[in-house]
Each structure stands twice: as C-alpha cells, then as structure tokens.
Design a protein around this ligand. Structure first.
Ligand code: DGJ
Length: 700
C-alpha cells in the first residue's frame, strides 16, 4: 500500500483511508479487508460520464465544491462572507495500528482541520474532528459534519422518533435521492432524538444482514443526515446543529465537533448492539459495582414528602431486598408542587424540619444507599434565585421564553449561574451520605440566548463541565441522566453519568418496546428499568406483576410503586424477584443481548446469552392475542450448536396469565442441543396478552 493510506481493522469491520490528490478519501467502510489493496483507487476509479467532468474528481472527506462535490459539505462557514469555499490539502497523515490522525490545511481560507479515526477491537469507529482558525479575522462555523460512505446495498434507514413517555419508536424507510435530515432542536438530545441512524439492506433483521450505524455523541442540538446524490453516491453523517453565529472562532481558536461513533455489522441489528455494548463496557468509567436494586419513591409520593410514609416504604423496601432508595422531586425550598422552588437547592425546613440526615440514617441503617433528585439547569420564576437573578436565564433581548412546566432554563454559560448550581448541589452532597443523584431536565430550550448570542452549544458544554466537577469533588458519586424520562440519553453525556432514566412510562407493555430500542446502542445495565404500580400511572393499564417484573429485569432494575400497598403475596414475589435479579445481574449485565427474529407480531422473544455460550436467560413476551391457536415455536440462536443445554421456564415473580388448559411439557425442564434450540425450538405457550415469563438455558 502507498505511504498515505491506512487500513483500520477489527474482526467484524474495516476502514480504508487513502490520500488522493491531496484529499483524504474513505475508500471503504464495511466488511473486513485483507491482502493486496494498493489498487483499490484504480479499481473504483469512475468512468467519465456524458455531460460530466473532463477528469474524475475525488472530493474526499471534506466534500468540497472546489473538488467537484455537489452534495452537502463537511465544513461550512465563512469570514464575514469570505472563505466560504475551501480546498483542504492533507498536510500530515499519521497511522498507528487502528488510529489515524490527519491534518488538512487551506492556507487561502486560513483554516486547519484535524481528523482522528479510531477503530476499536469491537468494531466501533470513533471519528473526531476540529477546525482551527489560523487566520487573523473571525471565522463563523455553520456546520461540521462527520460523514461515512454507504454502499448501494444500503437501501433503507432506521432511525427513532418519540415523545414524552413513548421514546424511540423505530421508523424504517427506503432511501431515495435527496437528503434526509433528522434534526434535534430541543437544546437537550430530546425524546425525539434518534439514538442512532442505521442504514440497512431491505433484508437486514436483528440476527442477520448488513447494517451501517452511526450515533452522535452530543446532548445538545444535533442532526443526522443520509444523502443520496444524483451521481449515485450515498453517505450517512451527523453533527452538531449550530444555531446562527453560535460558534465564531477568533484567531487561533478551534471548534471541536462532537464525535461520531459508528458500527458496521454483518450480523444484523444485534451485531450493532453487541459492538456498542462492548465498547461501552470497556470504558474506564463504566460502572463496576453490581447495579444496586433501586426503589424510586416518585410514583409512591410525588410531592407528598411525609416522613412516616417514607419510613413505611423503606421498611417494605428492606424486606424485599432493595439496595438503593431515591428521594425524588419535592425536598427543597418551597417545592410543594411543580410551580415553585427550582433553583433553590436547599432543604426545605417546612417538610424536613430536621433536615435529611435522620431519614438518610434510617435508610443507611437498613443497609440501603440513599439517592437524591436535582434539576440544576432549571429555575422557577417563583424561586429566590429567579427573584435575585432574573438575568441568569437563557433568553434573547428582553424576552422571557415561554414557560414549560412552569420553569425556565438557567444560563449555565454564565459563571454566576454555573457556580450557584455547582456550590448549592455540592453543599448538599458534602453534608450528607448521598451515593447517587438523579439529574433531571424537564423542558426544552427555545430562544436560548447567552448575552445576545445563541447559547445551546455553550449550555451543553457547561452541563458536561458541571457533571465532571461534581464527580471530581464527590468521587464515589453516581449520576443518573434523566430528562422527563429518556430525553437525555446519548453517547455525549454517557462518560459522565452512570445510569439513564429510560422513560417516565413505567407501563411494562410500553416499556418492552422502549427498552428494546434504547438498548440498540446503550448497554442495558445503564438503563433504569422499574416495576411500576399494578395500574400504570401513565397509561392506566393493569398488568400482572410477573409481566412488570420480567420487563424490569432486563436493565438496571428497580421498583417505582407504593409497595406499602402491595399484598403479602406480591411482596413475597418482589422479594424472590429481587433475589433473582441479584443472582443473575452479573450475567444480564455482561452478556450479549439477543432479540430473536420471532416470525409473528404478537410477541417479542429476547434475552441475554453469555459470551462463552454457557447460559442464557430469555423472556417470551406476548404483547397481543395470537391469531393462530398455536404460536410459532421459541427458537434460540447463538448457542453452542453441539452442546447440551437444560431448558426450563422460571417465574421469579409469579406465573403469567395463561390462556390454555395444559402448558407445554418442556416448561418444567428438558435437555436439548444448541442446534435443536436454534433450529427446532420449543413450543410457545398461549398466554393472555401483555404477559411474559422467563426461560433459563444452561449448559448441562
Ligand atoms: C420527570 C422525571 O422523569 C420523573 O421520573 C420525576 O423525577 C419527575 N420529573 C419529577 O419532577
């Protein structure tokens, strides 16, 4: 291979980079490559078409009009109307194993771009990039997007849409000529944020087929793009969505674009998830402790912070085996409902006359950790903070943005506001034994100005800085990222937090789908999954405890229910389920997530298989009534074909509601080879809709 080229290889994918005529070209992103590659550029050199360039053009990664590119450029910006078109040349190219660092310069536009590519052993490609102003006048950055090429087999894309309590609905559609853009303009990643944008063949399923996935590591405004040009080329990319004038670089200043983390999988959507999960698990900051079984008291109390009621909850929690209890919204100054108090992070003596220490002691004495809720980026107009500093909100001119849940957004780009939140939060943490905080973000950012300029970029950086500082000061502290449920779940904030609140919807039937797709990128142990009340507070639906428990098991499990109202029998089931979670969480939080391509739409079959294939736990979830009497058999891919396994149904929180006279015989235990389990399977019992049970598969 020539000097200025690099092959980055993982067992599942490869990236081939080459410098051609001064441009950096991604020649391949996809299946692994080996052997002789020097002639790739010649092999794919295009013909000269009619009504076209006289010589082939190689626009390369910067996608510039100066190099004959007619699609959306990588970098766009200007110096008061000048330097609007660039022609970057590669000036440095460093390749070391699976890392490539490239510097490109345009001396006319007076800009320097640095690009980094890293392919890890799991097949996750990280692209980072920055642009530096090497001129003497200001340069305004409009857009900096990381792009990857797509082959023609990628005929479809899959992304996710959502709203409060119904996050991450998959939308799969054909790629047509043009540019498909998914924007997120909420100032947080958002309920409607696409956790990934995935190109697929029309055949790609969970278990098989090619997929090219990207996920942007950013919690502010962003956009994903899929572009199919009339010359036939296709690409997928993403970047920060910068508001007008939001990033202006003075001489010598740089803008670092959010990283893009991408995966090519030849093993379907589960192959994509496996790569992201392995990447996340290998990070130094990935939670190492077993994920504590959590009781969040929000749905049991709401704003009614009554000490006796809380103690009664704690007593039952201890009996069940809860390891962490969270006091949610309502503990701080004048916060009797959601109309007041945000911004004043001091304990309210009206509800906690002796402070929080006695209740924390009560909790700790039972061997349970304590967690507390904050929403530091927000302020209610009815708060001491707002009365003292109305100028500390994100706003434009003399306008006050429209209220949302009676609150406004603090401008954390303002040092005064930033320090206020940091110091008040930190003081509460220093004064108490608090293992964990749930950090909420319950509104969108609109008209979000900082001293006359768009302020979302600065705000996003500020919250990262604040989380980092809190973790520095309180070293064992865990942070949960919550935003009205799952509106801040992204790979940008992930290195600073230990858990995401997946959704405010605790209805297990809805949660099945929300969790299924959030885990497309995020490892399940980072996703809060709670057993909700018998009658769901969001949907009003009544669900069996066995269904709620089987759903909550596949994540960082917990309970969000007034368990003092649970019956004796339900408490016993909660205790056996809690023990089951503790006994199996090491497996559930380290194995490979498997979503079986079950042939019928009435059910999900999903589970976790150990990487050494020694065991698996699956859930069969019947969502709706079956159409035929006998549902399709349950087949389990990915086990050791020649090994013999014990297979049985287990019911740690009681049995599901069956709709049959005699359940299939195998449920009480049989042995079967891995190949028979994959190809023949076992009979699916007929359940009532919205019911589930677990299947344990263990090597004999
Ligand atoms: C929204 C969160 O998602 C809920 O879990 C709860 O913390 C409320 N906010 C509290 O106001």
């Amino acid at each position: 291979m020539s000097k200025q080229s690099a092959l980055l290889s993982a067992s599942t994918s490869a990236l081939l980079l080459e410098v051609v005529d001064g441009a950096l070209i991604i020649q391949h992103w996809g299946a692994p490559l080996q052997g002789e590659l020097a002639s790739v550029q010649t092999a794919i050199r295009p013909s000269i078409a009619n009504s076209s360039w006289d010589f082939p053009q190689f626009p390369g990664i910067m996608r510039e009009s100066s190099r004959g590119f007619l699609g959306r450029p990588t970098l766009s910006g200007h110096r008061s109307g000048k330097a609007w078109s660039t022609k970057f040349e590669v000036t440095d190219f460093h390749h070391n194993k699976n890392h490539v660092a490239v510097t490109l310069r345009d001396f006319h536009a007076e800009l320097e771009v640095t690009l980094n590519f890293d392919l890890d052993v799991h097949g996750v490609l990280t692209q980072k990039g920055s642009v530096k102003n090497i001129g003497s006048t200001d340069y305004t950055v409009n857009e900096f997007i990381h792009w990857l090429p797509l082959p023609k087999e990628a005929t479809q894309t899959l992304d996710f849409a959502g709203r409060w309590s119904n996050e991450r609905n998959p939308q799969r559609k054909d790629i047509a000529t043009g540019t498909w853009v998914r924007e997120s303009r909420e100032g947080r990643s958002g309920h409607n944020f696409s956790i990934a944008d995935i190109a697929l063949t029309s055949q790609t399923s969970f278990q098989s087929g090619n997929a090219w996935a990207t996920s942007i590591a950013w919690s502010g405004n962003s956009h994903y793009l899929v572009e199919k040009l009339f010359d036939g080329s296709m690409s997928i990319g993403a970047g920060e969505l910068l508001l007008p004038g939001e990033v202006t670089l003075a001489a010598g200043e740089s803008y670092a674009a959010p990283a893009l983390l991408s995966v090519f999988s030849a093993d379907g959507l589960d192959g994509v998830s496996a790569a992201y999960h392995s990447y996340l698990r290998a990070r130094p900051m990935h939670p190492k402790r077993p994920r504590p079984l959590t009781l969040n008291m929000w749905e049991a109390l709401y704003f009614d912070h009554n000490e006796e009621k809380i103690k009664a909850l704690i007593d039952v929690a201890a009996e069940i085996g809860i390891e962490r209890v969270v006091l949610d919204d309502g503990w701080f100054h004048s916060r009797r409902d959601d109309r007041a108090g945000l911004g004043d992070w001091v304990i309210d003596p009206a509800v906690w006359p002796n402070g929080l220490s006695p209740i924390i002691k009560y909790i700790n004495d039972k061997g349970i950790e304590f967690g507390l809720w904050f929403e530091g980026e927000m302020v209610n107009p009815d708060s001491d903070l707002y009365r003292a500093h109305p100028e500390w909100i994100l706003h434009e001119g003399d306008r006050v943005p429209p209220l949302w849940r009676h609150q406004l957004v603090l401008d954390l780009g303002h040092e005064g506001a930033f320090n206020h939140v940091l110091e008040q939060t930190s003081a509460v943490l220093s004064a108490h034994n608090i293992a964990y905080i749930k950090w909420d973000h319950n509104r969108v950012l609109v008209d979000a100005g900082h001293l006359g300029q768009a302020g979302v970029h600065r705000q996003t950086q500020a919250i990262y800085r604040l989380f980092a500082e809190l973790k520095k000061r309180h070293t064992a502290l865990e942070i949960e990222s919550c935003a009205s449920g799952g509106a801040r779940i992204d790979l940008g904030v992930i290195d600073l937090v230990d858990r995401f609140w997946t959704s405010d919807n605790n209805d297990a039937l809805e949660r099945q789908t929300i969790q299924r797709w959030t885990a497309q990128v995020i490892a399940p142990e980072l996703l809060g999954t709670h057993i909700g009340p018998t009658h769901g507070h969001q949907t009003g639906r009544t669900l069996e405890l066995s269904m709620r428990a089987a759903t909550a098991l596949f994540g960082h499990a917990g309970i969000e229910w007034n368990i003092t109202e649970a019956s004796e029998q339900e408490r016993k089931h909660l205790a056996t389920w809690a023990q089951y979670y503790k006994d199996n969480r090491a497996h559930l939080h380290s194995g490979k997530m498997v979503r079986v391509d079950y042939p019928e739409a009435h059910a999900y079959l999903h589970g976790v298989t150990a990487h050494d294939k020694s065991r698996a736990i699956f859930a069969y979830v019947q969502l709706t009534p079956t159409v035929a009497i006998h549902p399709s058999p349950l087949k389990f891919p990915g086990l050791d074909p020649s090994a013999t396994y014990m297979v049985k149904a287990v019911f740690p929180a009681g049995k599901p509601r069956f709709m049959l006279i005699t359940p299939p015989e195998w449920m009480s235990g049989i042995s079967l080879s891995g190949s028979a389990l994959a190809s023949i399977g076992v009979t699916a019992p007929i359940l009532a809709p919205a019911n589930a049970f677990l299947i344990e598969i263990t090597k004999a």
